[in-house]
Ligand binder design. Structure first.
Ligand code: HEM
Ligand SMILES: *[C@@H]1O[C@H](CO)[C@@H](O)[C@H](O)[C@H]1NC(C)=O
Ligand SMILES: *[C@@H]1O[C@H](CO)[C@@H](O)[C@H](O)[C@H]1NC(C)=O
Length: 469
């Protein structure tokens, strides 16, 4: 009898719990969707690997069933997914008012609790000003010859090898360049390898937060620990030996920390540094690797790109001069190529926010505190905006509207939080491509397969042979 009663209570409370989970409280009409099981939600489906470059099956299936705005649950949190251009636009415009930057717990654990999610207000402005100062237009102009020198050196080294794995090699190239700009880090004169600690990051960030030995998430956390220790040592070293000129991140931080009443702490500063190093090199090196893969698969695009860059060399009066800013600005096709690369690569599969209040949109209510994910792949692969969306076609950008981030292009985000590194990335990509196609030929050796989990990965790299023309 008691056993039966207990059993009934367990079953009842479980169904109640399940019911509550699947029918969350809301002062209005929630977007349709399913919440999966308590806590687990639909996490496993979301992270299921897929080799296609199309809209992830997780998103596609739910859009077909529920429409462009639907609800789900990831790692224990209710989440609204938006593939609706108007809603995406609204979310970006309302940054800081109705929505606030928010990232899954994997992000906050890896990037530091002080960070990402709390990059608003002061910290956020500080970070943005600093980045804009370090890689703003004035500095970019001065950087062009340095970027060219680095690309030239690397390409020369690679051309002596039978085969190079581009994902790793470009990561190392971009990391060295960025770390030198941001923190004056010189990999050749440093005992420890800072970059090693950032390996497997994208996988770990957008992954299931299971912190046991061997998982991508665990590797990330370990890497973070070591990287933070190195950064801390570097900051202390700089404090002991301050410099006059040469403003980099550490100089900024020390200057700010010395001010009366500053909100910046050493801990926050190191967290910021860590995010910045990561977001600047991993994304750009994936973009370059994807670009080379697209060139290998589309010889006519390579032909046109080569033509543009050979044209620049031919028109140059003094052949011993390096790339100029004017030449860089004249690379019309290259910029179309870069747009097309980041559109189709969809390096950032989701942009996360949190609703600060109950929000009404198109008849739905998003309850305060819920997370919202804008889904760039759904926008970039929409056949109504991009004809034959899976085709790599840089020419489609020829007749495109000329404004920074449009409703239909958000590879670098949108609104107030638009990526501050966009121009830096474009410069690095364009200059690298210039050096590559004018002096070298390259062919695929092996690898180049992509997997999305849903973040873009090259699980077996991209091995190519590079030979001088
Ligand atoms: C292909 C390369 C890159 C891609 C695809 C990319 C993508 C993005 C996206 C989608 C966002 C918006 C995130 C959000 O709204 O929550 C963002 C923000 C940001 N990116 Fe990038 N990024 C790239 C390169 C870089 C580089 C090179 C840097 C640094 C030098 C950088 C620094 C940042 C920072 C600091 C933010 C935060 C801006 C803010 O919150 O206002 N990114 N990026
Ligand atoms: C990927 O998604 C497609 C549907 O979009 C599906 O047919 C395929 O089986 C999935 N799996 C893999 C491993 O690519
Ligand atoms: C790349 O895309 C952006 C955003 O839509 C646009 O403003 C820019 O003009 C595009 N560049 C080229 C060369 O088409």
């Amino acid at each position: 009898m008691w056993v039966l009663l207990m059993g009934a209570i367990v079953v009842l409370s479980f169904t109640h719990c399940l019911y509550r989970w699947r029918n969350p409280k809301c002062n209005g009409k929630l977007p349709p969707g399913s919440m999966g099981f308590p806590l687990l939600g639909e996490t496993l489906q979301f992270f299921a690997p897929n080799t296609s470059s199309d809209v992830p099956p997780f998103i596609r299936n739910r859009v077909d069933r529920y429409g462009p705005i639907f609800r789900t649950s990831l790692v224990g949190r209710p989440l609204i997914v938006s593939t609706d251009p108007d809603f995406n636009h609204f979310i970006f415009q309302q940054e800081g008012y109705l929505f606030q930057s928010w990232y899954p717990s994997t992000f906050t654990e890896i990037f530091g609790r002080q960070n990402v999610g709390s990059l608003h207000g002061f910290m956020y402005k500080f970070l943005k000003n600093m980045v804009l100062h370090l890689v703003g237009p004035e500095n970019l102009r001065k950087m062009i010859s340095e970027v060219e020198a680095v690309a030239t050196t690397r390409l020369r080294q690679w051309s002596c090898l039978e085969s190079v794995e581009l994902k790793d090699e470009t990561a190392s190239m971009i990391f060295d360049l960025t770390a030198k700009k941001l923190i004056s880090y010189d990999s050749e004169n440093s005992g420890e390898n800072l970059r090693e600690n950032f390996v497997a990051f994208i996988q770990g960030l957008i992954s299931f937060p299971l912190n046991v030995f061997g998982t991508a998430y665990n590797k990330c956390l370990q890497g973070r620990k070591r990287a933070m220790r190195m950064l801390k040592n570097m900051l202390q070293e700089r404090r002991a030996n301050p410099r006059k000129e040469h403003m980099d991140f550490f100089d900024f931080v020390l200057e700010e920390l010395a001010k009366d009443g500053t909100l910046l702490t050493e801990e926050i500063a190191l967290d910021l540094m860590f995010v910045l190093l990561f977001s600047s090199f991993e994304t750009t090196s994936i973009a370059i690797t994807a670009a080379i893969k697209f060139l290998l698969n589309n010889p006519h695009v390579l032909e046109e790109l080569t033509c543009e860059h050979e044209g620049i060399l031919k028109a140059r009066e003094n052949p011993d001069c390096g790339l100029t800013w004017g030449e860089y600005k004249s690379m019309t096709f290259t910029f179309q190529f870069i747009n097309e690369t980041v559109r189709l690569a969809n390096i950032v599969p989701g942009i996360f926010r949190k609703a600060l209040r109950d929000i009404q949109f198109k008849g739905y209510t998003i309850p305060a505190g819920w997370s919202v994910m804008v889904c760039p792949p759904a926008v970039h692969l929409n056949p109504e905006k991009y004809v034959d969306p899976l085709a790599f076609n840089p020419w489609r950008w020829e007749k495109c509207e000329l404004n920074g981030a449009s409703k239909h292009f958000m590879a670098f985000g949108g609104g107030m939080r638009f990526c501050v590194g966009t121009d830096f990335t474009k410069l690095q990509m364009a200059v690298f491509l210039h050096c590559l196609v004018t002096k070298y030929r390259f062919k695929a050796i092996k690898g180049g397969n992509i997997v999305r989990t849903p973040g873009l990965q090259f699980p077996d790299g991209l091995h190519v042979q590079i030979v001088e023309k």
